[in-house]
Write a protein that binds this ligand. Structure first.
Ligand SMILES: Cc1ncc(COP(=O)(O)O)c(C=O)c1O
Length: 485
């Protein structure tokens, strides 16, 4: 067959798959007209990119850049810590962004405050370093967590708090609900109790029940709901669910600006945090000779160290307005349709000998999950294709996927059946730091297990061509032995 005929065939297959897809997911085309992708995200197609790492970072629309540039080019903005006209102009922009964040998440300003941080990790560190972890405190957290939530355990440990992990269970990598309840009820003697879990997993896409927030609060827990992977494609309504602490990163929602995130926190929960230091902007008074300092009253000012990103923060308002124009429900509807199609396709893509090409880690349907899919690609004999090589091959076609453990070791360890002893082998000598790749190799060499994963995730600008191209790329591995790629 000539090259041209092959392309034609591929086009026909694509057109017919698209028609079937549109027939099946009627809401998809209505949710965001393809013209929006063609105008706002034109660079994806003009540069020939298939972007499938939205849980890593979202993409910005061109109108966001123009609006931000226009705003900056028409004003003079100075450091907001002063009271001169340019400083007041900057303060206005920062406060507009803060109000917009509250409004976007339907958070009552009488209940919630917004602390601007560098990213979700910055928000999590603020909680970790300031939460009253001491002997008699408890930190309960899920295996399924980003490392920036796991890392809070080091503050908890240093303070003498009790730390308890609730495991996830295969095959769906959901939390064991009985153990969650047991963990929540077992800690009645803890004076300060912090319960941390993600609204949506950045590994498996699992959506954990938001009902636990009320349950935990009724039992005296402060709830840290990590929404970094949830809010880019789901509505978070803080008038309906009311966790104490919500960390987010804005670039995951709308791509730009990077370097801005927030801790959205209930006022009383923020007041409970005790900062371990002071910085410019966070105090009412500090003295060298007097050797003293007073923290500012509760509220965001006491948590924003130094000068906030006062030129970047207006882009947060612009990004949220962009998301409002598209409608987060529309983004949700689109990614759900695309992920559903992809999951179904993964379950039916087989080698000629009938062996499956994919093993998905997490739910295989869209029931209580989002559009983040973790998986292996398998060869006809069931051997795992080297994930780094697959990433490289996909990269060769301008397809961006993610590989590794996604900073979520708990889910990865359960997904790949890694035992505590096997994991401990990577920590046998605390003096010799071991990298992720070294650890993976150590475990594979000693057990044959492959503690490594591929992830695709969909988001604001995803369209059918993206999932189709990825699927076609995987088709190219049909019947190819793992040793031959
Ligand atoms: C669920 C979750 N929490 C926290 C983070 C940390 O976000 P950042 O790297 O922006 O601080 C991430 C990043 O991927 C995440 O997916």
């Amino acid at each position: 067959m000539t090259g041209e005929a092959e392309v034609e065939l591929a086009d026909t297959a694509y057109e017919s798959a698209l028609a079937q897809f549109l027939g099946r997911y009627e809401g998809y085309a209505a949710a965001m007209p393809d013209e929006m992708r063609a105008s706002e995200y034109a660079r994806l197609d003009s540069l020939g990119h298939t972007y499938l790492d939205y849980t890593g970072g979202g993409l910005y629309a061109e109108s966001q850049l123009r609006a931000h540039h226009e705003l900056l080019s028409q004003g003079i903005f100075g450091n907001p810590h002063s009271h001169n006209p340019t400083s007041l102009a900057a303060t206005k922009l920062v406060e507009e962004a803060r109000d917009k964040v509250l409004a976007f998440f339907n958070a009552d300003p009488d209940e919630y405050d917004v602390v601007f941080t560098m990213n979700a990790s910055g928000a999590l560190k603020l909680i970790g370093e300031s939460y009253p972890f001491e002997a008699g405190s408890c930190y309960l957290l899920s295996y399924d967590n980003h490392n920036s939530v796991n890392g809070i355990r080091e503050f908890a440990r240093r303070g003498g708090a009790q730390i308890t992990y609730v495991p996830v269970r295969k095959p769906e990598l959901r939390l064991d609900e009985d153990l969650v309840r047991r963990g929540l009820t077992a800690a009645t003697s803890c004076e300060h109790r912090l319960f941390a879990y993600p609204a949506q997993s950045n590994f498996s896409g699992v959506k954990h029940p938001l009902e636990w927030i009320d349950e935990a609060q009724d039992l005296g827990w402060d709830v840290l709901l990590d929404c970094a992977a949830f809010v880019p494609t789901n509505r978070l309504d803080l008038s309906v669910v009311k966790p104490e602490y919500v960390p987010i990163s804005f670039y995951k929602m709308f791509g730009y600006p990077t370097g801005s995130g927030a801790l959205i926190a209930r006022h009383e929960a923020l007041a409970k945090l005790r900062r371990p230091w002071f910085a410019g902007g966070t105090i009412t008074l500090a003295s060298v000779q007097g050797d003293g300092w007073f923290n500012l009253a509760s509220g965001h000012t006491g948590f924003e160290d130094g000068t906030v990103d006062y030129l970047g923060l207006p882009a947060v308002r612009i990004g949220l307005e962009h998301l409002e124009r598209i409608g987060i429900e529309n983004v949700h509807a689109r990614v759900v349709g695309l992920a559903d199609w992809l999951l179904e396709r993964m379950s039916t893509q087989l080698h000629s000998n009938g062996a499956p090409m994919f093993r998905v880690f997490g739910p295989e349907t869209m029931d209580r999950r989002g559009a983040t899919i973790a998986f292996y690609l398998l060869d006809p004999e069931g051997a795992v294709y080297d994930v780094y090589r697959v990433e490289e091959m996909a990269g060769g076609r301008n397809i961006s996927v993610r590989t590794g453990c996604f900073c979520n070791p708990g889910d990865g360890e359960v997904a790949h059946d890694i035992t505590p002893d096997e994991m401990s082998s990577c920590f046998s000598d605390p003096e010799i730091p071991v990298t992720l790749k070294d650890c993976q190799r150590l475990i594979t060499d000693s057990t044959g297990k492959v503690p490594n994963t591929i992830r695709v995730s969909l988001g604001i600008a995803s369209d059918f061509a993206d999932v189709w191209r990825f699927s076609e790329f995987c088709d190219g591995l049909r019947d190819v032995p793992a040793s031959k790629i």
